[in-house]
Design a protein around this ligand. Structure first.
Ligand SMILES: NC(=O)c1ccc[n+]([C@@H]2O[C@H](COP(=O)([O-])OP(=O)(O)OC[C@H]3O[C@@H](n4cnc5c(N)ncnc54)[C@H](OP(=O)(O)O)[C@@H]3O)[C@@H](O)[C@H]2O)c1
Length: 285
């Protein structure tokens, strides 16, 4: 155990939160975890974490409070109206820029500091401490928690104020949503005409149109198996809605179509991988 490290509360040990909290435990931080479904938090006991039965108790014991919860409403509710005097809150889930700004005010009002630090990458990167971290907030707050962030991602970057990192994250997730639908549509069309999929992929890979995500999702689409998701469809739907809601100066018409397709796929695939949108696009192929 490394000595004199800050006490950490980790709120939310879902698919991403659990492996991310593990990185801090492995680095020697005293981590108290809390999760609504307590069994998921208890899984971290054997790795050396402590478990609190309420978020309040976890926060009371900590200098730095991390959140990795599903959405903005949940994050605001869980953080609640506790006393954050002298504490720093690091919000790492994907929530809206304005939601982050509102929570930052809530934390500041009780004497705390706030950093948004959404991540790009998924469960494999969370397990290996290789997430891409985009932070928004004050430089001194970023510097304070940088050693912790480096346990979770090798090169955390301060990209601006609170709201700007989450805007960047949503911009990138819009690409996830649209690239996956684009690829599904071209793949399904090629299949409709009996094109050999491997030759289609070979030519795509040689072209400027290729994105690595296509190969990552191809096997799932080909086998129609979307189990064991890294990123469940319900979260991508949340992000498409968030993008549309938070964008005020751009045409988001394409987002309406993306939402329609992901929603029509999610019926039986809510907690499955978002690449299940292929099922909605391909229909009978
Ligand atoms: N999965 C990815 O690849 C990925 C990548 C980057 C960013 N993200 C973002 O990171 C965040 C977490 O994602 P995840 O994949 O870890 O999701 P997840 O497995 O669904 O975890 C969601 C977490 O939020 C908690 N939660 C949900 N509703 C709650 C409520 N009403 N009250 C208290 N706690 C509640 C869950 O508790 P329970 O366990 O009790 O349900 C769980 O701890 C999301 O914002 C997601 O968009 C995900």
């Amino acid at each position: 155990m490394t000595e004199n490290l800050a006490g950490v509360a980790w709120l939310g040990t879902g698919l991403m939160g659990a492996p991310m909290a593990c990185q801090l435990i492995k680095a020697g931080y005293r981590v108290v975890v809390w999760n609504r479904s307590l069994d998921k938090a208890k899984a971290l006991l054997e790795l050396g974490g402590d478990v609190a039965e309420s978020a309040e108790r976890a926060v009371a014991a900590a200098d730095v409070v991390f959140t990795m919860l599903s959405d903005g409403e949940t994050t605001a509710k869980v953080l609640g109206k506790l006393d954050y005097a002298g504490k720093t809150v690091v919000q790492m889930g994907t929530i809206g820029p304005r939601e982050n700004q509102s929570i930052a005010k809530q934390i500041a009002a009780s004497g705390g500091q706030y950093l948004e630090a959404p991540v790009l990458g998924s469960i494999p990167e969370a397990k290996s401490g290789k997430l891409i971290i985009m932070a928004g907030g004050k430089e001194n707050v970023f510097e304070q928690v940088l050693p912790m962030l480096k346990c979770i991602g090798p090169e955390p970057r301060l990209v601006g104020n609170v709201g700007q990192a989450s805007a960047m994250k949503l911009a990138l997730n819009q690409l996830i949503a649209s690239l996956t639908v684009s690829f599904s549509t071209s793949l399904a069309f090629a299949q409709e005409y009996g094109v050999n999929v491997e030759i289609f992929m070979q030519i795509l890979r040689e072209s400027a149109l290729y994105a690595p995500t296509f190969d990552k999702k191809l096997a799932k689409m080909q086998t129609h198996d979307f189990h064991n998701p890294n990123f469940p469809t319900e979260h991508l739907i949340k992000d498409i809605k968030l993008f549309s809601r938070e964008a005020t100066q751009i045409d988001t018409g394409v987002l309406d179509e993306l939402l329609r397709l992901y929603q029509s796929a999610q019926g039986s695939h809510m907690r499955e991988d978002y690449s299940c949108v292929y099922e909605a696009v391909a229909k009978r192929v």
